[in-house]
Design a protein around this ligand. Structure first.
Ligand code: ADP
Ligand code: MG
Length: 335
């Protein structure tokens, strides 16, 4: 059997943001929108002292998302990342921001033993071709792409902020981290214009800014990855990010095997670590990077990784549909 499914369902549903308790709050005005950005739907809700301020904060957040997209998008030919990918073996002078992203990405590669690797670009091209055809990728195409993957082949010069690829045909892809980073930046942008209470959902990468207007935590509901009508559980969080990565967002099946858009850089094949991984962290970027990494690592190594990092928690749905929680995850679970 062959089946191609491209689901646009966000992994995380934000619920109850619209419910305010009886007008007891001073921050009572709300601005809300959902716009297509970075290849997904980015929903933002901001509370402000009045309507004009809430709206201004909402717009400031979207402006920032557009700016990050221009820098990091793999879809736009003119993004800085696309320009870097076209330079081949020639040194590339990066902006401070992109350079910082590369350094952080390599840090995630180091701490995840290479499960996280932004040099998966060539493998993603092979994946997208097979997704279109609904057919398992060609072994030789995978091997060829895999030979151009490896974070250790990115050479960074901190003083000149230049990047050099050590192997021809390398391509970086910030897809596992850019939406989280964009959510963080959008959160900072709306805070800079005075907003203190907001929720940003960048296609499953959720940043909760502050708390709900009455000081209550935000509720983030986690969808059941095998039943979009159902929820696994609800989280109550303040000033934290929650992201989910999984095998049900972009995938196809061929001969009973599921091919997903997260690659195991060590094999060049689609990751098979788990059905989904949800991470709670202080920044959406960290949560984004770690949730993708766990999809490669699986429950056992995934939980070990989370326990080794301060201030992060995770919930993993294993291939056999069991739930694995890190030691402090339950304290965020709402009734
Ligand atoms: P989503 O973008 O659906 O929220 P993720 O955050 O898990 O999901 O990111 C998946 C994207 O990350 C892929 O589409 C690809 O661009 C990139 N990617 C795939 N595998 C890896 C990997 N092992 N390490 C880093 N980035 C990856
Ligand atoms: Mg991610």
């Amino acid at each position: 059997m062959r089946r191609t499914t491209l689901s646009t369902l966000p992994a995380i549903a934000i619920i109850a943001v619209a419910l305010m308790s009886g007008g007891c709050s001073r921050e009572a005005s709300r601005a809300q929108d959902a716009r297509m950005k970075m290849g997904t739907i980015v929903g933002i809700t901001v509370y402000g002292k009045d309507e004009a301020r809430a709206k201004a904060a909402l717009e400031a957040a979207y402006v920032e998302i557009d700016r990050v997209e221009k820098l990091m998008s793999r879809y736009s030919e003119n993004s800085e990342v696309s320009k870097l990918n076209k330079t081949g073996l020639t040194p590339f002078k990066a902006s401070d921001e992109l350079f910082m992203m590369l350094i952080k990405s390599i840090d995630y590669s180091e701490i995840t033993g290479g499960a996280f690797d932004i040099t998966v670009g060539p493998l993603m091209k092979v994946f997208r071709t097979s997704l279109e055809k609904g057919k398992a990728p060609d072994e030789s195409a995978v091997a060829n792409a895999a030979s151009r993957v490896g974070f250790r082949k990115i050479s960074l010069d901190s003083s000149s902020k230049t990047v050099v690829f050590e192997s021809d045909g390398m391509e970086i892809d910030l897809g596992a981290i850019a939406k989280g980073y964009a959510a963080d930046r959008a959160g900072a942008a709306l805070k800079a214009v005075g907003a203190q209470s907001a929720i940003i959902d960048a296609g499953g990468d959720v940043l909760c800014v502050g708390s709900k207007p009455a000081g209550k935590p935000w509720t983030v509901a986690l969808r059941n990855p095998r039943d979009p009508e159902d929820f696994l559980l609800k989280l109550a969080v303040k000033d934290l990010a929650v992201t989910t990565s999984g095998d049900y967002e972009q995938y196809f099946e061929s001969n009973g095997k599921r091919f997903i858009h997260i690659m195991d850089p060590r094999t060049g094949k689609s990751a098979t670590g788990c059905i989904s991984a949800t991470v709670i962290a202080r920044t959406a970027m960290q949560a984004d990077a770690l949730s993708t990494s766990i999809c490669v690592l699986g429950p056992s190594d995934g939980i070990k990784l989370i326990e080794s990092i301060d201030g992060v928690e995770a919930l993993i749905v294993s291939q056999d549909r069991k739930l694995f929680r890190s030691s402090g995850f339950s304290k965020f679970e709402a009734d």
